[in-house]
Design a protein around this ligand. Structure first.
Ligand code: MSP
Length: 647
């Protein structure tokens, strides 16, 4: 017996246009699931592809004045390129014009005709071309398609039907007996209601207008595109061609799709077809929600169809972060912002906020400051944490357990929340242990332990985010000096204690996520913008290494008094956590010394000491200058403890 693979599918896409963020969403989420299962060590099979035999595909080719066969070849290639540019790692890509598919569809048609599940008849009714759906009069809303709201066409054809009506009770029984079959739970009720209303037999052919899979022994007809398309999930995996392979893959563990094609096609028609073929049903069908852009339906005519690849490109040009990392930010946003199953709105503002807060601040900080201290205090070589016991091992293993539970239920927002909670604990741990003070006090063993422990959190985060943000995870691993082994790490390795070899040469820090400014450059469209030319480095730009030499920290003013004979200067004593200092600051114009005690300020701590008006100053307070040339204090936006790093 071969072990069965974890089999996940996306819908196959109509090739009437290249994918936008809405349909890319289905594939990105499937990619996350499939990478997660690979990370768990499961043999995984991820299928996607293109749905090419539709009437609307032929119409799109005609619009462009191209032969349909040529057109679909081109678009199938375009889809593959888009998926590659979104770092999608599928195992197979099926096209419904491929012989391996066509043969199986025709065989199935013959078999179901012979056994009476398909019968000949006449169809009189409506058809919606954009949705490729047969509709009864009673289903129309204001004479339009209930799903897309567009015009429908009247059809009168001799045809073939599939006996869907025979399967209602069996479908309901299966849904009842298999609680995880239809997800999320709230969509299950829609399906049950749809079936309980009574299922009608469905027409499964159209007149042959020169495009589609011809009905066996009746070439005047082609097979209805949904009957043809749904079969891709089994034709790609060896049904009727390689039994052993088929058994090692089918049934699918997860079939993912948007809510528009969930109830009627994937939860009713498809399982009934499988029942007719005596095949096991998929273990889970999941209907995700729809994205809008800034509150509006995604539509080609509105011109708001964001391409995720173009968005990543634009962000990379603006921020200087790599394209892979920017793409990861899009993937992260899609997985984090909205629970799978719910509708979501994509706004550039919230995307940029998440980029800055979750990625640049939380994740970036943890990594950058820990690596920079390792560089500073241990020459970038991971020290031996000796018998250090105050680490975060329990937090890491608890997070691995809860993130896994959430991922297993496709609750990605929750999984990522758990990982970010752990990152927050890691950052707080650095604030609390104050490694810079341990260094000053020459407590090297404790310092080694604290930094090692912070890096353990960064490593655990890298493994857990790798299904969501593969390029970022690899880059973190590189900076942690574990690039060579990273790809072979599994989910079960997250909680390994003491995972780094002493003496590992860490790299960087090379900040992965630069903070974005509050406004993105205007005047460019989101999609299809040509890459901006790279700007030359100006003479007065500094690199990060240079900047990282500045030790800027939060300090709390303890006392403040005037300096005799100097109307602009105040003498301050400040608290920097474990240390107190005296500084001289030119803020007397704007601040009364009696009001300053307890205020938090931003202090450059490693400026060489200077004597000003005879008073020693050990550091420089940072302030903005107002229009009168007076100093305006900077202060942290939230309560941070004295000694906290400013970057
Ligand atoms: N060809 C059929 C599927 C056949 S599967 C046997 C089809 N193709 S599609 O190209 O129109 O859509 C593919 C996927 O994109 C569907 O899962 C659909 O729900 C999803 N989305 C299209 N627009 C979307 C949003 N605005 N938001 C989220 N998903 C969206 O249907």
């Amino acid at each position: 017996m071969t072990n069965k693979a974890y089999y996940i599918t996306t819908p196959i896409y109509y090739v009437n246009d290249v994918p936008h963020i809405g349909n890319a969403y289905t594939t990105i989420m499937a990619d996350i699931v499939s990478r997660y299962h690979r990370l768990k060590g499961d043999d995984t099979y991820f299928l996607t592809g293109t749905d090419e035999n539709a009437i609307k595909v032929a119409a799109a080719a005609a619009d462009k004045g191209v032969a349909v066969a040529e057109y679909v070849d081109q678009l199938a290639e375009d889809f593959k390129k888009v998926w590659a540019s979104l770092d999608i790692e599928y195992d197979d890509f099926i096209r419904t014009t491929e012989q391996r598919h066509v043969t199986v569809v025709r065989e199935i048609f013959k078999r179901l005709l012979e056994q009476g599940d398909i019968f000949e008849g006449n169809y009189e009714g409506w058809y919606c071309v954009p949705c490729e759906t047969f509709l009864a009069d009673s289903e129309l809303v204001d004479r339009k398609c209930p799903s897309c709201g567009r015009d429908v066409e009247w059809v009168e054809e001799t045809n073939y039907y599939f006996k869907l009506s025979a399967y209602g009770d069996r479908l309901l029984a299966h849904i009842d007996a298999n609680p995880d079959f239809l997800q999320p739970e709230f969509r299950k009720n829609e399906v049950v209601n749809f079936i309980k209303q009574g299922l009608r037999d469905v027409s499964i052919t159209r007149d042959n207008k020169g495009w589609g899979i011809p009905v066996p022994e009746d070439e005047s007809k082609v097979i209805y595109v949904w009957f043809d398309a749904l079969i891709n999930y089994i034709s790609a995996t060896g049904y009727l061609s390689d039994d052993e392979r088929f058994k090692s893959i089918w049934p699918a563990d997860l079939q993912l799709m948007g809510k528009d094609i969930f109830v009627r096609f994937h939860c009713t028609f498809w399982p009934a077809m499988l029942m007719a073929l005596d095949l096991p049903l998929p273990r889970a069908l999941f209907g995700h929600g729809f994205w809008t852009i800034d509150g509006e339906k995604i539509s080609k005519s509105k011109g708001n169809a964001i391409s995720p690849a173009a968005l990543a490109e634009e962000l990379s040009n603006e921020s200087g972060a790599t394209r892979g990392v920017c793409l990861d930010a899009v993937r992260y946003f899609l997985a984090r912002e909205v629970p799978l199953g719910q509708d979501g709105d994509f706004s550039i503002k919230s995307f940029r906020n998440r980029f800055n807060s979750d990625l640049a601040n939380d994740l970036g900080n943890l990594l950058n400051r820990t690596l920079s201290m390792l560089g500073k205090y241990f020459d970038g070589l991971l020290p031996d944490p000796k018998d250090f016991g105050g680490g975060l091992g329990d937090v890491i293993s608890q997070t691995a357990i809860s993130a896994q539970e959430s991922c297993d239920k496709f609750e990605f927002t929750r999984a990522l929340e758990a990982v970010w909670q752990m990152i927050g604990i890691g950052n707080k741990y650095v604030n609390d242990t104050q490694p810079w003070n341990l260094a000053k006090e020459n407590k090297l063993d404790e310092l080694a332990g604290a930094l090692y422990s912070a890096l353990e959190v960064a490593r655990a985060a890298a493994i857990m985010i790798s299904p969501f943000m593969p390029a970022t995870a690899r880059e973190i691993a590189r900076q942690l000096g574990i690039a060579d082994t990273f790809a072979s790490l599994r989910w079960s390795d997250i909680a390994t204690s003491r995972p780094f070899a002493v003496g590992t040469a860490i790299q960087g820090p090379d900040p992965i996520f630069p903070r974005l400014g509050s406004k993105r450059k205007e005047g460019t469209k989101m999609a299809d913008r040509p890459p901006a030319p790279k700007e030359e480095k100006s003479q007065d730009q500094i690199n990060y290494e240079y900047f990282s030499k500045l030790d800027i920290r939060i300090a709390e003013i303890m006392t403040a008094e005037r300096i005799e004979g100097a109307d602009k200067l105040l003498k301050l004593t400040v608290n920097l956590g474990d240390e107190q200092r005296q500084i001289v600051a030119g803020i007397a114009q704007n601040y009364d010394p009696d009001t300053l005690s307890g205020r938090k300020i931003v202090l450059l701590t490693n400026l060489e000491p200077a004597k000003i008006r005879g008073v020693v100053s050990n550091g420089m307070l940072l302030a903005a200058t107002d229009e009168n040339g007076g100093a305006v204090l900077l202060q942290p936006d939230a309560d941070v403890s004295p000694g906290s790093n400013v970057k």
